[in-house]
Design a protein around this ligand. Structure first.
Ligand SMILES: *Cc1c(COP(=O)(O)O)cnc(C)c1O
Length: 384
């Protein structure tokens, strides 16, 4: 598969037709266990669903192929994947350096679930490489980053961070949920591991929760696989199948998400109601050049700072019709959210807090003129 282009791999990797019936789509193996040909005689290695399921395997093959990894593991949610990765690799006394605007749930997992077990976490501004250099300690095991970040769409240079982290003996983990592998492949830029909330762009249709760990080499595969098996936060067969189905259209979807978001960002930049437009596709964005180097497109997420402040931002988030008020992102339908009280409520008042005048858009793949008209009527409504 690796000789094929991305869009081809997304459709064919792990998707061989069913050998017995020729069904072009591999079936959903909705089965908890597998018959053994004599004790220990596992067919194709399958034994019990927590250890392995053919539908999950087919998704895992597909995920590894998308990111250019040697292997991938699929989980019940993005946070379950992160948890398995962290507990599979870290031991008490280890230190994690976390980008200072990563997903709030990652911060919560590290500081409230794993901290009592001896994992120390500090947050750091990763766009300043000297700050990173100064923050790395001998016990720093992982540098964890997101780019573009959530919700302020900050861009960090993956290759540069990998160089600095590796020189200090630390691993680099990239949460690639926002870009998706269609736009950015961190393993090729020097990252050691990639995590995903497949709930977002990979699934792509807001109908299934899931997560993944993708491995750049085989150093940690067994350790994380053991966590998956021993703890059991696996993706269910139907969920894995839905994610697989979503992934097949990832390349075209990401192209359209990016095109729509770019048009909306340019429109927003021309409107006085917005004091800030956070979108890496704009030339004025501080991360524009780096994003242009490490990404194929700028993605479907953008955030807007309302000039009139927090109350205007809250009202605007409640004023749109096509952009529906909801958490999450990455589906074909457009969503709007008010991070301080929704996705980022758990970091309000901490060092990861989001400015109070910001709304976040997950730009869908509807007709972009309709989307802009919706935002315009929202502005008109809050001006009244
Ligand atoms: C949603 C999200 C997660 C968590 O994934 P779940 O599937 O909700 O557990 C992690 N990282 C990012 C960037 C996300 O957007």
């Amino acid at each position: 598969m690796s000789e094929h282009a991305f869009a081809t791999r997304a459709i064919h990797a792990g998707q061989a037709p069913d050998p017995t019936t020729g069904a072009i789509i591999p079936p959903i193996y909705q089965s908890s266990t597998h018959v053994q040909d004599g004790i220990g005689g596992f067919r194709d290695g399958y034994e019990y669903n927590r250890a392995g399921n053919p539908t999950r395997s087919s998704l895992e093959t597909q995920l590894a192929a998308l990111e250019g990894g040697v292997d991938a593991l699929s989980f019940a949610s993005g946070l379950a994947a992160e948890d398995a990765l962290l507990r599979g690799i870290l031991k008490p006394g280890d230190h994690v350096l976390l980008g200072n605007d990563v997903y709030g749930g990652t911060y919560r997992l590290l500081t409230r679930v794993l901290a009592p077990w001896g994992i120390e976490t500090t947050t750091v501004e990763l766009s300043d490489i000297d700050v990173l250099r100064a923050a790395i300690r001998p016990e720093t095991r992982i540098v964890w980053l997101e780019t573009p970040s959530n919700p302020l769409l900050k861009i960090v240079d993956i290759a540069l961070i990998a160089e600095v982290a590796h020189a200090a003996g630390a691993l680099v983990v990239v949460d690639n949920t926002f870009a998706s592998p269609a736009l950015q492949q961190p393993l090729g830029l020097g990252a050691d591991l990639v995590v995903h909330s497949t709930t977002k762009y990979l699934g792509g249709h807001s109908d299934v929760l899931g997560g993944a760990v993708v491995f750049g080499d085989d150093r940690f595969v067994e350790q994380v696989k053991f966590q998956q098996f021993a703890v059991g936060a696996v993706s269910a067969p139907l969920d894995a199948w839905l994610t697989t189905r979503g992934i097949k259209t990832l390349a075209v979807r990401m192209h359209q998400h990016s095109e729509n978001a770019q048009a909306i960002a340019e429109w927003a930049a021309s409107r006085p109601e917005f004091a800030q437009v956070y979108y890496p596709g704009l030339a004025a964005h501080p991360g524009h050049a780096v994003a242009g180097r490490q990404m194929i497109g700028f993605g479907g997420m953008l955030s807007l700072g309302l000039a009139a402040g927090a109350d205007a931002a809250r009202a605007f988030a409640e004023s749109t019709e096509l952009f529906q008020l909801a958490e999450s992102l990455g589906g074909v339908e457009s969503l709007i959210g008010y991070p301080p009280e929704m996705t980022h409520a758990s970091v309000r008042g901490t060092e990861l807090a989001v400015p109070e005048n910001v709304v976040r858009l997950s730009v869908g793949i509807e007709d972009v003129a309709d989307l802009i008209a919706d935002l315009e009527q929202g502005l008109a409504r809050i001006a009244r």
